[in-house]
Design a protein around this ligand. Structure first.
Ligand SMILES: C[S@@+](CC[C@H](N)C(=O)[O-])C[C@H]1O[C@@H](n2cnc3c(N)ncnc32)[C@H](O)[C@@H]1O
Length: 282
């Protein structure tokens, strides 16, 4: 399979966020993530932040791969950090977020262009929470991946936590712009740089690609994709906002119930789901 190079990936996201700069009229036009995924993952973030006593209120948060500001919106609405820094490889993401979020209440907020895989990255601050959602699996080679994990550790406070969304299938999977490490390889790299996994929480089955599922393209994975695209089609056909919200809530509670049932019988890491993985220093 032909994979995108780091440069092509950067170009892809440059275009994606430039398009948002050109066409965003209201804040809701900035949204990029799947509404069902949002409905499922945001409460899980809150739960873990509370369980681990992470100082999201008053503390320092870094969002790596800030894109169109999804997590900036989340952290600044749900919490009141003293500092919020967003980094992204794409300059257009930084321009977009500087335009929309240069000031939020009392938060010391800023954005900067940075490649998290670079050995020369100049990060001088440290953070209580480093969020790197839907980013690490876009690093398609081993050495840059290792360097990225080292960089994340460098900016982490001694009692800080990293939140990363992963799939952790049993065998490594690739798509044209993703390298999805199997769970053993992922953990080996994490442990190698002096980090450890604290928690793994399965978040959603159908609101994402089935990259947690190492079945063949012809079989179960395609069935997942078929369900996913049927859900997306249904959502896109509903222009009525109330109906749309009701459908999102219905699918989110369906997934939530299914996940709960599965989790009572199986470890989260074994589910064919996206996962929130929490890391800290060893
Ligand atoms: C799939 S989007 C995820 C956006 C957001 N974090 C979310 O969860 O919806 C991936 C983002 O990571 C950024 N990114 C990819 N590789 C990166 C790297 N090496 N360093 C910094 N940002 C990177 C991309 O430019 C893009 O904005």
């Amino acid at each position: 399979m032909q994979t995108m190079s780091q440069n092509n990936l950067a170009e892809f996201f440059e275009t994606c966020w430039q398009d948002k700069i050109d066409h965003t009229k209201t804040e809701s036009d900035l949204s990029y993530s799947h509404p069902i995924e949002d409905a499922l993952i945001y409460p899980i973030y809150k739960e873990i932040i509370s369980e681990l006593n992470i100082p999201a209120n008053g503390g320092r948060i870094l969002d790596v791969g800030c894109g169109s500001g999804r997590w900036v919106r989340y952290f600044s609405r749900e919490f009141s950090p003293s500092r919020l820094l967003g980094l992204d490889l794409a300059i257009s993401s930084i321009k977009l977020l500087e335009k929309w979020y240069s000031k939020i209440n009392e938060i010391d907020i800023s954005f900067a262009q940075a490649d998290i895989t670079s050995a020369k990255i100049n990060l001088t601050e440290t953070f209580d929470l480093v969020n790197v959602a839907n980013v690490l699996f876009h690093i398609v080679d081993h050495d840059p991946f290792l360097q990225a994990i080292k960089n994340l550790k460098t900016v982490l406070e001694p009692n800080g936590y990293i939140f990363t969304t992963e799939y952790l299938p049993k065998t490594t999977l690739r798509s044209n712009m993703m390298l999805v490490h199997n769970r053993d390889d992922f953990e080996r790299v994490i442990n190698h740089v002096g980090l450890r996994i604290v928690d793994i929480r399965a978040t959603s089955f159908f609101a994402n690609d089935p990259m947690g599922l190492d079945a063949s393209e012809e079989s179960l994975r395609n069935e997942f994709l078929t369900v996913k695209s049927a859900i997306n089609k249904m959502l896109s056909e509903q222009i009525d906002e109330q109906k749309h919200t009701r459908t999102v809530n219905l699918f989110a509670s369906l997934e939530h119930t299914l996940l709960k049932f599965c989790k009572s019988r199986m470890d989260d890491v074994d589910l064919p789901s996206q996962k929130l993985v929490v890391l800290t220093h060893t």
